[in-house]
Design a protein around this ligand. Structure first.
Ligand code: CTP
Length: 166
């Protein structure tokens, strides 16, 4: 073979090997799961929520948030400062949240998992073990809760400051 032709052939071979190696690497780092679903009230969005949502999203290729409605919060004995509509709009504006659906009962998780084809249910570690009965429908992941922050805490702290500054 002519010298120049041999050179081109070698370069092409090297490139195809590099391509194969790159494909292998992409396969290794590819997302393991599809849709991830999580639930919560997400009132006065704080860093604990952001970390939970980002980590939940990183488990798959899309993230659905089941957002507790105002009526469901009453059932849960939770008082949200922001109404459902505002909490929903805030979550929808996050790049790592793909869809927000209403959560209005404890029992809907199984149906949601089936309806949206969720491969993973991700919850904060404060819920550890509570949803293990759903293991037959999807993978259950409990993500570590961020320490020293909660919506209740933020609201209490803000109220104290507000009163002190008034
Ligand atoms: N979460 C978290 N870390 C925190 C607070 C919440 O990972 N510091 C997670 C929860 O475990 C849950 C989700 O965020 O999976 C939504 O929690 P939510 O109950 O809305 O937040 P809290 O701040 O705990 O609210 P509250 O004080 O009203 O209980």
């Amino acid at each position: 073979m002519h010298k120049a032709g041999k050179g081109i052939w070698c370069t092409m071979l090297r490139m195809s090997k590099m391509g194969r190696a790159r494909t292998r690497k992409t396969k290794q780092t590819a997302k393991t799961y599809g849709t991830v679903i999580t639930y919560g009230t997400f009132d006065v969005l704080h860093i604990g929520h952001i970390r939970l949502l980002k980590r939940a999203r990183a488990l798959g290729s899309s993230l659905i948030v089941g957002l507790s409605t105002d009526a469901f919060n009453v059932l849960k004995h939770k008082e949200a400062l922001q109404p459902y509509k505002e909490r929903k709009a805030i979550l929808e504006s996050l790049r790592f949240v793909d869809k927000v659906i209403p959560e209005d009962s404890w029992e809907q998780k199984k149906l949601d998992v089936k309806k949206y084809g969720a491969a993973v249910l991700a919850m904060g570690s404060d819920w550890k073990g509570k949803f293990d009965d759903l293991k037959k429908y999807c993978r259950i992941v409990y993500l570590p809760r961020t320490k020293n922050i909660s919506s209740t805490g933020v609201k209490k702290h803000a109220a104290t400051k507000y009163i002190r500054n008034a």
